[in-house]
Design a protein around this ligand. Sequence first.
Ligand code: SAH
Ligand code: SF4
Length: 376
Amino acid sequence: MSVTAQSPVNLLDLDPAGLTACIEAAGEKPFRARQVSRWVHQRYAADFDAMTDLSKGARATLAACTMVAGPAVIRDSVAGDGTRKWLLDAGGGNAVEAVYIPEDDRGTLCISSQAGCALDCAFCATGHGGFNRNLTTAEIVGQLWHANRTLLADGAAAPWVTAGHAPITNVVMMGMGEPLANFDPVVRALRLFLDDNAYGLSRRRVTLSTSGIVPAIDRLAHEAPVALAVSLHAPNDALRDRLVPINRVHPLGSLLAACVRYLEHAPRNFVTFEYVMLDGVNDSHAQAQELVALVRDVPCKFNLIPFNPFAGSAFASSPRERIRAFQRVLQDAGLIATIRKTRGDDIDAACGQLAGQVHNRVTRPLASRVVPIIAH
Ligand code: SAH
Ligand code: SF4
């Protein structure tokens, strides 16, 4: 790690090992990394003068070659149900979104991993807008840093905050982008979410959602095995090929086998399958039965997501009774199946509605887009 006055290192970009290397390169003792990490990730300090348990000399050295640069906020919207969405500048006219979802006993932050998404799922606003670029670790971690910092500064009144916890108790990588298509920066961010000297979240409280990039699921199992959610959305390959195009590269058989392998490393003993309910497309009684048979050998729970519409989308949500009937088929087969509550839809913060702003899109055929993604 080289640190120079010309290119200050953003400390939000460094995982624990990277921070130690940086501190050493700055001529400080490696144990200082723990102190700095706590200032940055637990007290959300951006100013080295605030780091009062470091010597003045150490503070000056750090200030000369590093910085703490959180995201620039373009818009901050609060929904009627308390859901809050930040539109964050990603440069070049691009922006990504992070969504805070308060519940009775927890505060969840839904984090983006890419500006746009190349995977083009038929029902997703992010995919609809195209792909611009991968976020850096600093941009991913910056979302959590910013949310905690802002909510604390605003005096968030949630009960768990007064109990000494940070406002954000749970993280879901379910915002814009496919996290496993931006593997290394996402894993570095996950390590910070889990690190006791940073955000200190347990692996059960961090969930990564993927549309199913099989080789990357296997890598994640070894590098940062957090809770796994998989976007299934169809009970067979023919339909999934149309709804989730990455299925043409990693079909259901190999995806479900990867889920079973992942469970050997996962913090929970089930995979969560997300299933967006699309009227007349994937929501019939027969399709529910086909789904039950499909997942027979995978310990799993289902989260049925009412489709959230966005401008230009070609689908409608299944009616409530249809979603309930679909749920009953799964439950009668002994599966746990919940229906996701839609949050923040008055500020377009619900699942699949995050469009951010994506300019200078990369529009290439799927095959050429997925090859670099699976080449890990
Ligand atoms: N790329 C990852 C994570 C981001 S999407 C993935 O696909 O899993 C998070 C979840 O929202 C996924 O399950 C996705 O399929 C779902 N989703 C996308 N568009 C949606 C929409 N319009 N309505 C409801 N859910 C949607
Ligand atoms: Fe990308 Fe996920 Fe949207 Fe598919 S559902 S386009 S993988 S963000």
